[in-house]
Design a protein around this ligand. Structure first.
Ligand SMILES: CC(=O)SCCNC(=O)CCNC(=O)[C@H](O)C(C)(C)COP(=O)(O)OP(=O)(O)OC[C@H]1O[C@@H](n2cnc3c(N)ncnc32)[C@H](O)[C@@H]1OP(=O)(O)O
Ligand SMILES: O=C([O-])CC(=O)C(=O)O
Length: 377
């Protein structure tokens, strides 16, 4: 059996974490509409849902909030070694420093392979790694600016604390609300490339941090998580709405993809893009207005160029506009995405680790003919 290119449309695992129904333009976490969760719930509640399988009641939420806030603090005896590594990587993009720092943190903590761990140990590692990523990301950014790390402010909640760590200012309630929506919308998304990557590593029984570092690597590419800053760069380049159509035509004529458009699974609107568009408009600002105009022009140019494919704005398009309005610098867009997706990766890694079957497909050899005994001489 030969799978289609990119494994498109192939089901490779069972999951109870969530799903994307591309034809319907719908996705869910566990048994809840993910966009409803993004409108109504806190990040901590959805995190609990992904890891423990249920939305928490008040008592569970208090305990979970305490647990995750404690896990977000690097123990003093490890902080020095970790900061040494991060300083050495500070000249890189924050996402590169994140993957380096998370790997170093995993090494300092010294978890064993998932294969040998019991469920409570695996869950502890999952919470710890996901909790610490926002601080690592924000500190990577601080070090790249030649500044020192900021002390976490857990009383602001997971999202408010992240905004504080990145911007150094008291976060506005509307920015916390907007970023919460974005972060909940991007926690998980079926078998996207980075999640599949993390699960593939998990299927070998490797340690949990190794799975997450692999996921970060996958997320860094422009076709996956690396698009929002490029989408915003494009808006800057376009400048005014009247230039959008020609700009899009030029992109296609040069063989370029328009970043923030198209999707591997959605065959109509991406529901995340619709909610983020609403959020961007609520936040106001010139970028949102321009983005709305440009979206319409780009969609019509793509429809002319690819009449047999519906290519719409994906989650990354308005993500950049929302993050910019919240005061997050452009080089921090993909690292901010990593802060939410790490929760999805950990849920998937825990699930995959319960299935003791290694993921190992086949390839079709298409080189010169060869047989037993073929040798270079
Ligand atoms: C969180 C996320 O990862 S969301 C995705 C973020 N990435 C981007 O925004 C990058 C731009 N978009 C893309 O590159 C693609 O749409 C992807 C990677 C998201 C999906 O890729 P695929 O599943 O291979 O796309 P799909 O099969 O729908 O492509 C169909 C055709 O449309 C073209 N196409 C798809 N997206 C775009 C785009 N944004 N700009 C121009 N052409 C496009 C493809 O090149 C393909 O053309 P072909 O038939 O001549 O080969
Ligand atoms: O599902 C995908 O292929 C890409 C995506 O939107 C995501 O990972 O959020």
């Amino acid at each position: 059996m030969v799978a289609p290119p990119g494994l498109s449309g192939v089901i490779v695992a069972d999951t109870t974490i969530g799903d994307v129904r591309g034809e319907e333009g719908f996705f869910h976490y566990r048994q809840y509409d993910a966009t409803a969760l993004a409108r109504e719930r806190s990040f901590e509640e959805v995190w609990h849902l992904l890891i423990r399988g249920t939305l928490p009641n008040d008592t569970e939420l208090s305990a979970w909030t305490r647990l995750t806030a404690e896990a977000a603090t690097i123990p003093d005896d490890l902080a020095y070694g970790l900061l040494e590594v991060m300083h050495a990587s500070a000249g890189n993009e924050p996402l590169v420093t994140l993957r380096t720092a998370l790997s170093a943190y995993g090494a300092l903590v010294g978890d064993g392979p998932l294969w040998d761990s019991d469920e409570p140990t695996k869950e502890r590692a999952a919470i710890r790694d996901a909790a610490v990523v926002p601080w690592l990301v924000a500190t990577a950014h601080q070090l790249a600016q030649g500044a020192g790390p900021r002390a976490p402010r857990p009383e602001l909640g997971h999202v408010g604390n992240y905004l504080w760590l990145v911007t150094g200012s008291e976060p506005a309630p509307e920015h916390i609300a907007a970023l919460t929506r974005y972060l909940i919308l991007t926690i998980d998304h079926g078998f996207n490339n980075s999640t599949f990557t993390a699960r593939t590593v998990a299927s070998t029984g490797a340690d949990l941090t190794a799975c997450l570092v692999a996921g970060i690597g996958a997320l860094s590419g422009p076709l996956h998580g690396g698009a929002p800053s490029r989408a915003l760069d494009a808006l800057d380049e376009i400048g005014t709405a009247d230039r959008a159509r020609q700009w899009a035509l030029d992109q296609l004529a040069s063989g370029n993809r328009v970043m923030g458009f198209g999707h591997a699974v959605y065959r109509g609107p991406d529901p995340r893009s619709e909610l983020l568009k609403e959020t961007a408009i609520e936040l106001g600002g010139a970028s949102a207005e321009l983005a709305v105009h440009v979206e319409a022009k780009v969609v019509s140019v793509l429809a002319e160029a690819k009449p047999d494919r519906v290519l719409r704005a994906n989650v990354e398009y308005y993500a950049g506009v929302v993050m910019q309005e919240c005061g997050i610098p452009r080089e921090m867009f993909t690292p901010t995405f990593a802060c939410s997706r790490v929760v999805g990766w950990t849920a998937h890694v825990l699930e995959q680790s319960r299935d003791r079957k290694i993921i190992r497909p086949l390839s079709h050899y298409s080189g010169p003919e060869v047989g037993r005994g073929s040798s270079p001489v």
